[in-house]
Design a protein around this ligand. Structure first.
Ligand code: LRH
Ligand code: MN
Ligand code: MN
Length: 426
């Protein structure tokens, strides 16, 4: 299943006029404030988000899995699916692999498939939260923090193996997420567990190539319900500082206790030059991993407002590695990812429209009401014409979801792969 540029431009032609008048309205409105919509169109067209190899099946990350039909049965097919997303949006030009869920059996062949779709290899994800069939050591009581040196070494070695696979693929970063923790008080010694984790991470960090980054992901609970070793951004920040310059904190939106002020965490980390990666999703209760922007779009906008501010004002912070970490079991997974990509670009565009100069003045004058008005004026702007123009510019479909349905992608995938399919991995 491959979508050609001709197919896309033929479809786009039919839509050309429909958004231009709305775009002109936005251009005029924001030019008066010194905000150039055409510059924003450029930025939006350039924005790239990695798709995780585990989000392409109608899986959900836990509990029941129900087939949607036409799901990918191999890494090659997963790349083909990302190829569809990228052809339609020109925003999904990277994949993030989870090892060993998606070990490439033939690196050269996998690289070829990726190249044919214009896909690069973003952060590699290691997995020390599950025992694999022939595992020599168990992670039942932790991996990098385990009281048992043999288990720790085994987990360290796995991370080194992941780096080596990533090197062959052309990836430049490793994401470490640990499930390590305790289910009951007294089960582990907090200080020992943290020390072990720090030493293990340092040992992995030392073997990374000089041009690689390490992203340390945190999460307050689940699968452990009493304590998690890397429970919050502060712990991740401390560990990344201990590892070195090229170790950073990774923020996953679902990895916070309810009502945590994530935008403030983003601002603090960027100020300190330590925000490295981002996992997008949305949630109502915990790490729900539902479609980006489906539950709390205003929170997403406020987070992007800090990201945009940081990208402009914090040269000490590196370029961020963006990824969608969402998947569940009721929607067509590709439509779900298209909706997530749309939500990300909407929040990004709205944040770019914030009148930063006026906001700064209002903050200086402590005009609280005006500050809120400025933010909400940007948030309440329908920016979809900007997204359409950005897509037209980059050769993507002006309306990717509509194009996906019109081209009958899922029908073709089912014809090709069958109805009773289950994506590999997980
Ligand atoms: C953990 C997590 C982490 C894993 C992924 C499957 O909850 O967010 O990023 O690698 O889910
Ligand atoms: Mn994550
Ligand atoms: Mn998660």
């Amino acid at each position: 299943m491959k979508i050609s540029t001709d197919q896309i431009s033929a479809l786009n032609k039919k839509q050309e006029d429909s958004y231009n008048s709305e775009l002109d309205f936005l251009r005029n409105k924001f030019a008066k404030r010194g905000i150039e919509v055409d510059e924003i169109i450029h930025k939006v067209a350039d924005f790239q988000v990695a798709i995780p190899s585990w989000a392409l099946g109608a899986g959900g990350t836990r509990f029941g899995r129900f087939s949607f039909g036409g799901e990918p049965a191999s890494l090659e097919q997963k790349l083909d699916d990302i190829g569809v997303l990228h052809a339609l949006t020109k925003t999904a030009g990277a994949v993030s692999l989870h090892i060993p869920w998606d070990i490439p059996s033939d690196v050269k062949a996998i690289k070829e498939v990726a190249k044919s779709h214009g896909i690069s290899f973003d952060a590699m994800n290691s997995n020390t939260f599950q025992d694999q069939p022939n595992a020599k050591e168990t992670y039942k009581f932790g991996s990098l923090s385990n009281t048992n040196a043999a288990s720790r070494d085994y987990a360290i070695q796995h991370n080194k193996d992941v780096i080596n696979i990533g090197k062959e693929l052309g990836s430049k970063s490793l994401t470490v997420w640990l499930a390590d923790g305790a289910n009951f008080p007294g089960q582990n010694n907090f200080q020992t567990a943290l020390n072990h984790t720090e030493n293990s991470l340092k040992s992995i960090y030392k073997t990374m190539p000089e041009d690689w980054k390490m992203f340390i992901e945190y999460k307050p609970y689940e699968p452990n319900f009493y304590s998690t070793v890397i429970q919050d951004w502060g712990t991740s920040f401390m560990l990344s500082n201990a590892c070195g310059e090229r170790a950073y904190t990774l923020v996953d939106l679902g990895h916070h206790l309810p009502n945590t002020n994530i935008e403030q965490i983003v601002a603090t980390l960027m100020l300190k030059g330590k925000l490295g990666g981002f996992h997008f999703n949305d949630s109502k209760y915990g790490d729900d991993d539902v479609t980006v922007g489906s539950i709390k779009p205003y929170a997403l906008f406020l987070i992007f407002n800090e990201l945009v501010y940081g990208m402009k004002n914090n040269p000490q912070n590196p370029d961020l590695s963006w990824m969608i970490d969402a998947s569940h079991n009721t929607k067509d997974p590709l439509e779900d990812l298209l909706q997530s990509l749309e939500a990300i670009l909407i929040a990004y565009t709205q944040a770019l429209l914030v009148d930063q100069k006026a906001l700064k003045n209002a903050q200086q004058e402590n005009d609280v009401v005006k500050c809120q008005e400025i933010l909400q004026d940007a948030y309440r702007t329908d920016v979809r014409p900007v997204l359409k123009a950005a897509r037209e510019k980059s050769g993507a479909a002006v309306d990717p979801l509509q194009a996906y349905r019109q081209f009958g992608v899922r029908k073709d995938l089912i014809k090709e792969r069958g109805t009773k399919t289950m994506a590999t991995g997980l």
